[in-house]
Design a binder for this molecule. Structure first.
Ligand SMILES: [Mn+2]
Length: 337
């Protein structure tokens, strides 16, 4: 909610009113540029509503958007999130690549070398895998983190991996550089609070497969509200009536999110389409739609992948895609660092 105070109100009274708001456990964010004192209130909707009819208030604007800390309206500049030597957000366009799952030391070492050579900025790989079927490969768990570390470190590649359980946070903090909250956990609020209560690792928050964009922003708000402002959103395809592709990659989401939030937005065209031949065109479309980067599945031999082989690029196709993205990025005013 936004409050605009009455004109000509004594400055002492104004200050006293602000103190009253703060005492009610509301955060008061000043809105500059108006000829009268105005501010946004961040906090419980029930409490903010109490002040709507206060005698000092000239006008109260009830904002339809229930998220505040992630809103661009209160924070017009892009948030930059560090990833190794580069940052996500702003003018750069970054690419994080790697297999769906960490399988073997050979697989990880070969893919890390390949994606680094092609110019990727981070290595992805799942050690803990949320699988639809309990009979599918569940990931190596903590020993998978070790394999990730061994593969990434010779190339100085930052590691991005999914966290499924807050219990694994200490192990993750020692092994990886970016946490990923997967699509199935987007509304796992205790996990969101846990990854938000540490500030060491940024968090990639994937959109739930049936989540609205407002729900995605509110999930991000949980992490930021818990204390961690380094949140990166990721559009990874949603479930629609269409069955020709695994999901429907929602590029509306990218353009919409960029207007509503200061947080960086990545696109995952691998899960978004489920088909490796669609990954290059949708990667370029994501760049054109204003995404800040890509999260792509790459496997040394997709036909032998333990999971998501059908949507994984082989190193050659990934290298070609990176080559094609570079001049395109420039065309759109972005740089591939
Ligand atoms: Mn996958």
């Amino acid at each position: 909610m936004y409050l605009i105070l009455k004109p000509g109100l004594d400055p002492d009274l104004q200050n006293r009113f602000v103190e009253e708001l703060k005492a009610a456990r509301l955060e008061v964010v000043p809105l500059p540029g108006l000829n009268r004192r105005a501010f946004a209130l961040v906090g419980s909707p029930e409490i903010t509503e109490r002040f709507a009819t206060h005698p000092y208030v000239e006008e109260c604007i009830r904002d339809a958007a229930p998220y505040k800390r992630v809103a661009r309206a209160l924070h017009p500049h892009d948030t930059l999130v560090p990833l190794g030597d580069v940052s996500i957000g702003g003018d750069s366009f970054i690419v994080i690549a790697g297999p769906c799952a960490v399988e073997t030391p050979e697989q990880m070492q070969s893919v890390a070398a390949a994606v680094r050579a092609a110019g990727a900025h981070g290595l992805r790989g799942g050690a803990f895998k949320p699988r639809t079927s309990p009979y599918s490969f569940q990931g190596h768990g903590r020993s998978g983190l070790q394999l990730l570390r061994e593969a990434a470190s010779p190339h100085r590649l930052p590691i991005v991996t999914e966290i499924m359980d807050a219990e694994d946070l200490p192990a993750m903090m020692e092994s990886v550089q970016v946490l990923q909250v997967g699509t199935r956990n987007m509304q796992n609020f205790s996990l969101l609070k846990a990854v938000g209560s540490q500030k060491k690792l940024p968090v990639i928050l994937k959109r739930g497969l049936a989540a609205t964009l407002e729900e995605l922003l509110l999930a991000a708000e949980y992490i930021v509200d818990a204390g961690n402002e380094a949140v990166i959103l990721c559009e990874r395809g949603i479930r629609t009536f269409e069955t020709a592709t695994r999901n429907t990659l929602d590029l509306n989401a990218v353009a919409w999110l960029k207007t509503k939030t200061h947080l960086p937005v990545l696109v995952d065209p691998s899960h978004g389409t489920g088909l490796s031949e669609l990954v290059p065109p949708l990667s370029k479309a994501a760049l054109a739609a204003g995404a800040d980067g890509l999260l792509i599945e790459v496997h040394p031999d997709p036909t032998r992948a333990w999971s998501d082989g059908r949507q994984s690029l082989d190193p050659q196709s990934f290298t070609r895609l990176m080559r094609e993205l570079r001049p395109l990025a420039q065309l759109f005013g972005r740089t591939l660092p």
